[in-house]
Design a protein around this ligand. Structure first.
Ligand code: UDP
Length: 315
């Protein structure tokens, strides 16, 4: 029997890489996206192929899919802090209503369901590195609350459908990920620093740059997700590269890699910006036999050509 997967947010950065992976593994892929932060150009190369369908749709509404479905990957959501500050209601709706609708669809189709969750469920963490057992430190009314709480609700909803309706669910907690198809101007540190460095413009470090992040190369993340789908593990699993770096050192690293003449300038730190973030990946190692294969510098060098192209096209 053929396998058929629905990928919500399939035209986004991660969604489109998942479309490629599942298509490449022989699946029938339905990519659903309302294109508010995704871009059709991310999946244009698949369009017209007989195992690929694109549907322009907002998954916060009732979803109709003809025929069987074996798997739903729920990746629809604005995901950069700038995006979810500009679209707070859509962010809350896609994490809550969108998760409810896609879980309802999974129930109707007897499909497996994987939720794209996030390291943001840990908020500004008081445990370091973050294990899946940590409950987090999130301000529900803060600026990031719209994303963090929507994803926390989504996890609760996935577990409720698992426990109450017996749906075969998976939860991946994704840490900062980078690679081709990131939007040059999505506001996140990595594309912003690349753009600024490649144009020899000042690099904008927020706060004093002592806050840390741990950046994962997209191919590693997709491999982790693929393994999680194939496993029978229902509890959340962190997927991320534990190589931690301060944002100031990261800015310097991008300047070095791009051989840029940019200087670093300091701007105000946004509210609720987490001070530290590093995944504990013991669970992924044990349950999935997964660990990242691409070091940060190697991954950044691989990604640089993509950003060079983007700067030429879009400035
Ligand atoms: N950041 C920065 N300059 C920028 C954009 C972001 O210094 O132009 C900082 C941001 O305040 C945060 C870190 O870089 O501390 C990572 O931010 P990003 O938006 O990439 O994602 P986050 O991990 O905060 O969700």
């Amino acid at each position: 029997m053929e396998n058929r997967v629905l990928i919500t947010g399939g035209a986004g950065f991660l969604g489109s890489h998942l479309c490629d992976r599942f298509y490449g593994e022989g699946w029938n892929v339905i990519c659903m996206d309302n294109l508010i932060t995704g871009a059709f150009s991310n999946v244009r190369h698949l369009d017209g192929k007989d195992r690929f369908t694109f549907i322009d749709y907002d998954v916060t509404n009732y979803i109709n899919i003809d025929g069987p479905l074996d798997l739903i990957l729920h990746f629809a959501s604005p995901a950069s802090p700038i995006d979810y500050l500009e679209m707070p209601i859509q962010t809350l709706k896609v994490g809550s209503l969108g998760t409810h609708k896609t879980l309802g669809l999974a129930r109707a189709k007897k499909a497996k369901f994987l939720l794209a969750s996030t390291s943001e469920v840990y908020g500004d963490p008081q445990e370091h590195p973050q294990k899946e057992s940590y409950w987090g430190n999130v301000s529900p009314t803060g600026l990031r609350g719209v994303y963090d709480e929507a994803k926390r609700f989504a996890e609760a909803m996935a577990m409720a459908y698992h426990r109450y309706h017996g749906i075969d669910t998976r939860i991946v907690r994704i840490f900062n990920t980078y690679g081709s198809r990131m939007r040059l101007k999505d506001g996140r540190a990595l594309p912003t620093f690349f753009r600024q460095a490649l144009k020899n413009e000042p690099i904008t470090v927020f706060g004093d740059g002592s806050q840390t992040r741990s950046f994962t190369y997209v191919d590693d993340l997709i491999e982790g997700i693929y393994r999680l789908v194939q496993s029978d593990y229902v509890e959340p699993v962190n997927i991320g590269n534990p190589e931690e770096i301060s944002i100031l050192d990261f800015a310097k690293e991008i300047i070095e890699i791009t051989e840029s003449k940019s200087e670093i300038i300091f701007e105000e730190l946004p509210a609720d910006d987490p001070k530290i973030r590093q995944p504990d990946i013991s669970r992924a190692k044990e349950v999935l036999g997964w660990q990242p294969q691409t070091g940060r510098k190697e991954g950044l060098i691989k990604t640089m050509d993509y950003f060079k192209e983007q700067v030429l096209k879009n400035g």
